[in-house]
Design a protein around this ligand. Structure first.
Ligand SMILES: NC(=O)c1ccc[n+]([C@@H]2O[C@H](COP(=O)([O-])OP(=O)(O)OC[C@H]3O[C@@H](n4cnc5c(N)ncnc54)[C@H](OP(=O)(O)O)[C@@H]3O)[C@@H](O)[C@H]2O)c1
Length: 253
């Protein structure tokens, strides 16, 4: 259980090798109370590196489970297994694919695969996680949405559409869980310097994964909410939301 000082003791990470997830686990371990981390990810070489890094943070129990976002029929049992092994204070949904928009626009099946990875797999993990947390009576689910969820842009229409689905589902579920002891924190970063954005020109207000981790850690005990990273992005995106389309479509974003 998250203790009176807000320290987390157990985390289930979906997206084991995500740099945002790695920074978040490191931030949560800083208080010295993190005892159990369940790392769900594909069996890539980097996964073992992450396991060693977390052990090096002083976390006693690090469990590894195979998780492929495309393998949706296995998701409910994966979630059940993590909760059967002990209480889970925080579930972090932090995987995703950022496709080349011009490629997926020319290949509808590749586009549908991105929808499966980025959105459908959130449905098949978030819903069972919410049910188990409700039964447990406490906990926080952190969902990585994106600023891209808030308005379709020519440069990343498909990715943005998957995040819009994720954002709407997670926000609505957070409100449905109000009063149960369980909350859903929807995180909307802008450009984060990670493997996902490597080689791309950083957008204005770009941040590192540590800033996303800090925003997650400081919002865990504040109930269901939407968190922008950086916080000032909220105002930029509000201004963009109010921009007429004829002007919006000509912006270099
Ligand atoms: N970076 C940004 O600018 C940014 C901005 C807003 C939101 N986000 C969101 O933040 C989350 C984390 O991104 P990140 O920046 O930490 O990127 P990252 O370091 O590139 O991590 C992406 C993660 O997704 C996993 N993944 C991809 N396809 C998968 C699949 N089919 N099954 C299971 N795992 C899969 C990767 O695992 P493998 O190692 O197996 O490939 C990796 O763990 C994502 O949801 C992303 O959309 C990122």
């Amino acid at each position: 259980m998250i203790d009176a000082c807000g320290e987390v003791q157990s985390v289930l990470v979906l997206g084991a090798t995500s740099e945002i997830a790695g920074a978040t686990v490191a931030r949560l371990a800083r208080g010295g109370r993190l005892e159990r981390v369940v790392l769900a990810g594909r069996p890539v070489a980097g996964r073992e590196v992450v396991v060693e890094r977390i052990r090096g943070l002083g976390v006693r129990t690090v469990e590894v489970v195979d998780f492929d976002a495309r393998d949706r029929s296995r998701h409910p049992s994966l979630i059940a297994g993590a909760f059967d092994g002990g209480e889970v204070d925080v579930v972090l949904l932090s995987w995703g694919a950022l496709p080349d928009e011009s490629v997926v626009r020319a290949d509808p099946l590749a586009a549908a695969d991105v929808v499966d990875v980025n959105y459908t797999a959130v449905v098949t993990t978030l819903l069972p996680a919410a049910e188990r947390m409700r039964a447990q009576g406490h906990g926080v689910i952190v969902v990585l949405s994106s600023a891209a969820a808030t308005r379709g842009r020519a440069s990343n229409a498909l990715y943005g559409s998957t995040k819009a689905g994720v954002d709407a589902l997670a926000s609505g579920l957070g409100d449905a869980l109000h009063g149960t002891g369980v909350s859903v924190v929807v995180v909307r970063p802008g450009f984060v310097r990670t493997r996902m954005t490597a080689g791309r020109q950083p957008a204005p207000l770009a941040v590192g994964p540590e800033e996303v981790a800090e925003a997650i850690a400081t919002n865990l005990d504040r109930g269901s909410r939407t968190v922008w990273v950086p916080a000032s992005l909220r105002y930029v995106m509000a201004a963009l939301a109010a921009t007429p389309r004829a002007i919006f479509r000509r912006l270099p974003i």
